[in-house]
Design a protein around this ligand. Structure first.
Ligand code: HEC
Ligand code: HEC
Length: 357
């Protein structure tokens, strides 16, 4: 009995010792975690749902901003990406940076009907705004690219845009301060194409528009919209059926539709069918966001419509009739008053554009 108790107490003390070791290990681990947390805090990550992320998200947008696991939207990457977005070395003749076509003073478009690349080369399509593309599900007017990381290298290699190979771009950056050091600091290695894409994509994710009169109205400030704009919103959601496609926080379903813009367009651009080869996709283009729409004229994938009044006239006649036209489009028979209201509503989508956070 006595020995059994002693043995029991020895077992207990052995357990206590093991517990002590375990506690020590845990403390050590949590200390190393703590030091890791400190270094993370220093670079201020925008964790989805963190206080900082919430406070920097303009009113009206989802608080959760998607990002790939291998490219978090951390300030170091964003800052490098922002610099690269302004870097003219990334074009063949060193004359053109992303920012020259996606101009912040025009809500990241260029004000032209069609893009103009190096040596004045004319592209076939209009420069879209790139606000809120963090929430994009596919990229380009025909959605041919699946991720932002893949998208951002395309304009560099496009002959009608910047016309440089990625190898040449990497070589130029390796020879130019501050890039070798900046890439090493941010990614822990020499300049390379994948990290170039990561930095540019991370920056593009931070380009946001929200906090417009429309958002304030929806979030409980009735006076934020004029009577006209309120009537326009009612039409937009109701009789004019715009929300069949322009829905959600970003006013797009991220789907492809044939509104007939391409019909008769020069040169002929068949849109989505070029990607899918499905005949029904002929003339379909991605529904664009309508945020900042007042600032991004001219409109449509080919820049063929100059003003918002003309866009509303276009929808009033049901778009351009063609064999593949979307079923959600039909003549609307809007009065002049209705049209004025719709345009007033579209103008209420001009908000605050932020980048870099
Ligand atoms: C010569 C003008 C030009 C330059 C320079 C340019 N872009 Fe663009 N960008 C366009 C055009 C035009 C499109 C649409 C092309 C299409 O849909 O086929 C586009 C599309 C995009 C899109 C997709 C938007 C969406 O909604 O699908 C993103 C993102 C983008 N560009 C980012 C960039 C970045 C990053 C750079 C610099 C590396 C850049 N662009 C340089 C003209 C330009
Ligand atoms: C069937 C889907 C659909 C409906 C309904 C629809 N749109 Fe669109 N909208 C699109 C697509 C797709 C485009 C791009 C077409 C293109 O460029 O060829 C577009 C483009 C636009 C543009 C130009 C955007 C830009 O950046 O160039 C505006 C403005 C617009 N729509 C407003 C409206 C309004 C207002 C209504 C309601 C009267 C409406 N849309 C109804 C799908 C739709």
């Amino acid at each position: 009995m006595w020995t059994r108790m002693r043995r029991a107490s020895m077992v207990v003390s052995l357990q206590t010792a093991m517990l002590l070791v375990l506690v020590l290990v845990l403390v050590a681990m949590s200390m190393s975690c703590a030091s890791r947390t400190v270094s993370v805090t220093r670079s201020e990550p925008l964790e989805p749902g963190s206080a900082r992320a919430e406070s920097s998200r303009p009113l009206g947008l989802d608080l959760y901003r998607p990002e790939p696991a291998d490219n978090p939207t951390v300030p170091a990457t964003v800052t490098l990406g922002r610099r690269l977005f302004h870097e003219r070395l990334l074009s063949r003749d060193r004359s053109l940076a992303c920012v020259d076509c996606h101009r912040p003073d025009r809500a990241f478009t260029d004000g032209r009907a069609k893009a103009v690349g190096v040596y004045g080369r004319r592209g076939p399509r209009s420069v879209p705004t790139i606000v809120n593309r963090a929430w994009g599900e596919s990229f380009f007017w025909d959605g041919r690219i699946a991720t932002l990381e893949a998208q951002v290298l395309q304009p560099i290699v496009a002959q009608l845009e910047m016309d440089l190979t990625i190898d040449e771009a990497v070589e130029r950056l390796r020879e130019t301060s501050p890039y070798p050091a900046a890439f090493r600091e941010t990614f822990g290695r020499a300049v390379n194409g994948d990290d170039l894409a990561r930095a540019l994509a991370a920056y593009v994710r931070t380009i946001q528009s929200g906090g417009s009169p429309y958002d304030r109205y929806v979030w409980g400030e009735p006076a934020a919209l004029s009577k006209d704009a309120q009537a326009g919103l009612e039409l937009f959601r109701g009789r004019a059926n715009c929300t069949a496609c322009h829905v959600g926080p970003n006013l797009t379903d991220e789907e492809f539709h044939n509104t007939g813009v391409f019909w008769g367009g020069q040169p002929y651009d068949a849109g989505r069918v070029l990607v899918t080869n499905v005949p029904e996709d002929t003339g379909k283009f991605k529904t664009p966001t309508l945020r900042e729409i007042e600032r991004t004229a001219p409109y449509m994938h080919d820049g063929s419509i100059a003003t918002l009044d003309e866009v509303v006239d276009f929808y009033d006649r049901g778009g351009n009739e063609n064999p593949f036209r979307d079923r959600d489009l039909r003549p609307l028979r809007l009065t002049q008053e209705d049209k004025t209201a719709l345009v007033a509503f579209l103008r209420s989508l001009t908000g605050t554009v932020t980048d870099g956070r």
